[in-house]
Design a protein around this ligand. Structure first.
Ligand code: FES
Length: 617
């Protein structure tokens, strides 16, 4: 260790990094392989990168830290990792990376009836043996034997290296894997050699992989992890800024994306007992920024008007070009994007929900870190993005957290008091997305929040049972609805929905609803014309439709016309993996979808003002 270097040890796991003195704790955590969540991109605003200094010395507490941390927290050595510079060897307690719980469930039924016809094909053939009368080359013999089964015209050198041995070791009965006329691999026959593929959904927050047997089309494994780019900000704008301004920013984001994709592929493969050499193709979806960062394409022109992507078309690249571990002849295929803020994930949603096959109008809303709304009118496909922001994923919510043990996932108002449910029945730690929707709905139901989004004063609580009225505490900006008291909470601090949280929810739900209203207006449709409202994304299956309706994120339809479709983006990626026809369809969807730039519309501001209100049901 050089004189100017210091050692940073992270409890409870003991991860260690040796970094130059003066390095941010956030950077040290990355070096230690423990990327912390940093939703505000290290600006010292969100307070989500809290750590506690157990030993050693860091730079003095900053203004931002004084604004975000309570006096008790400061007294106990709590710091913001994005603000504190390491001065000596230190020992730091950092919240371990939360397990990815219940994220992005795949609705396998979306794939029902899909004919497996992948681009990567596999066949087993028995060939006649060579003789003095039949001196065809091994490859010619194989091509002839594959006629009408799996036409091959060329071969990878790797396949040719193996061919003579494999043919003779297996009595001229071999298994062949090929893509579009190119022989990729030749092996002994047997189910264990089926080529595998994976559909990957690179979400801003979570990355998932679904492993598929490319012969049977069966979904055989999954992997999921948090997107490590979260250390540069929860939203795509912060990350794009990082790509623009940090030294090697884009390179770093690309490597982080590739790293986490390798991680989730590795999880899925090892759960199936296979190695990366069995993986011949992966299809990738993600919003346009994630798509660009994964491919190493400069996202800066997406972030600024007029929001232009580098390439919107479907791309096929070699694994080495993007750092993915798979068969050397494998290919990484990214689905097309529609616009700067309507990405390949939306194409996946449209594909998986078979939207364009529907006779009557259908709305599909993908709620994730970004929001996208798609309206199929029966003839036209209209889509728009909305600045829902990461509020629903908890990043801008004071006690928001990912879906992990201890997250409040549901809030009810059964009989004169509210009742919370936490993931894994653990003592409450914070609120995740589904709990946030419920908490907001309950706050409205109890009369704690008025139409304008203001938490009401004590005088408005007289008619409520005392057990419920006592939930609303504090004054002015400190007003809050307490979901769990300090005694009940895991952290010893109450878990609550604050006035500021209500404002964040108002902005997010107003943005989604404004997009819905403007798309309907553009299509000259009434709400009654809409047959179904599909909710896709991480929360799709977790949000109670009643809560989404109560807070006004969804237009007032009957709750049974709202249906969660889980991670439809991932299901769409899987369809494009399993079926060449569906992949083709994905391309035509991207070309025919009509993107509306809502914020440019004269009626947008007025609509947004209206949709931010909390109206009575
Ligand atoms: S306060 Fe540190 S990342 Fe937001």
């Amino acid at each position: 260790m050089k004189i100017s270097e210091v050692r940073v040890t992270f409890a409870p796991g003991g991860a260690t990094a040796v970094v130059p003195a003066g390095e941010l704790l956030l950077g040290a955590a990355v070096s230690a392989g423990l990327p912390l969540s940093a939703p505000c991109g290290g600006r010292g605003r969100c307070g989500k990168c809290k750590v506690q200094i157990l030993k050693g010395q860091c730079s003095p507490v900053t203004e931002q830290e004084r604004a975000v941390l309570s006096p008790e927290e400061l007294a106990s050595g709590t710091r913001l990792a994005c603000q504190a510079l390491v001065e000596t060897d230190v020992e730091v307690w950092a919240q371990p990376e939360q397990e990815v719980v219940g994220k992005k469930p795949l609705e396998d039924h979306l794939l029902e009836g899909l004919q497996a016809d992948p681009v990567v094909k596999h066949a087993v053939v028995s060939l006649s043996k060579p003789s003095l009368q039949d001196q065809r080359s091994d490859f010619q013999r194989l091509c002839d034997g594959l006629q009408g089964v799996l036409p091959c015209r060329e071969a990878s050198p790797r396949a040719l290296w193996a061919l003579p041995r494999v043919l003779r070791d297996n009595d001229f009965r071999v298994a062949v894997t090929a893509r579009e006329g190119r022989l990729l691999e030749v092996t002994a026959p047997g189910a264990a050699q089926h080529p595998l593929g994976a559909a990957v959904d690179i979400g801003t927050t979570t990355v998932v992989a679904y492993l598929v047997d490319l012969v049977t089309g069966e979904h055989i494994g999954s992997g999921a992890a948090h997107n490590p780019q979260g250390q540069h900000g929860a939203d795509v704008i912060s990350r794009t800024e990082y790509a623009k301004t940090a030294p090697d920013g884009l390179g770093r984001l690309q490597r982080e994306a590739a790293g986490v994709v390798n991680q989730v592929l590795g999880q899925a493969l090892s759960s199936y007992g296979a190695g990366p050499e069995r993986l011949y193709e992966i299809t990738v979806v993600g919003n346009t920024c994630m798509h660009h960062m994964f491919l190493g394409l400069d996202p800066r022109y997406i972030a600024e008007a007029p929001y232009i992507p580098v390439n919107a078309a479907c791309m096929t690249v070699a694994p080495g070009d993007v750092g993915i571990r798979m068969h050397a002849e494998g290919r990484v295929v990214t689905l097309p994007v529609i616009a700067g803020y309507v990405g390949a994930d939306t194409v996946g949603v449209i594909l998986a929900t078979r939207l364009v096959e529907r006779k009557r109008p259908v709305l599909a809303i993908d709620i994730g870190t970004n929001g996208e709304v798609v309206l199929w009118t029966g003839e036209r496909l209209l889509c728009a993005s909305c600045a829902a922001g990461p509020a629903f994923e908890g990043a801008q919510i004071e006690q928001g957290m990912r879906a992990a043990p201890g997250a409040i996932s549901a809030v009810d108002l059964p009989d004169g008091d509210l009742h919370i449910t936490t993931i894994a029945n653990q003592p409450p730690v914070g609120i995740c997305g589904s709990g946030l929707f419920d908490a907001m709905a309950v706050a409205l139901e109890a009369g704690f929040v008025d139409m304008m989004g203001r938490m009401v004063g004590d005088d408005a609580l007289d008619s409520l049972p005392p057990s419920l009225a006592r939930r609303l505490t504090g004054e002015g900006p400190q007003r809050r609805m307490v979901l769990a008291s300090a005694d009940e909470a895991h952290t010893g601090r109450p878990v609550y929905l604050s006035q500021r949280d209500v404002r964040e929810i108002q902005l997010a739900k107003g943005a989604v609803r404004a997009a819905v209203e403007l798309l309907l207006r553009e299509a000259e449709l009434e709400l009654d014309d809409v047959e179904e409202v599909l909710l896709a994304g991480a929360f799709g299956n977790h949000i109670r439709p009643e809560s989404a309706l109560r807070i006004g994120m969804l237009p007032p339809v009957e709750a049974d016309r709202v249906r969660g479709v889980g991670n439809a983006a991932g299901a769409g990626a899987m369809m494009a993996l399993i079926s060449a026809e569906q992949r083709q369809l994905a391309c035509s969807i991207a070309q025919t979808a009509q993107h509306l730039e809502l914020a440019q519309r004269p009626e947008f501001q007025q609509t947004f003002m209206e949709t931010m209100l909390f109206m009575e049901p």
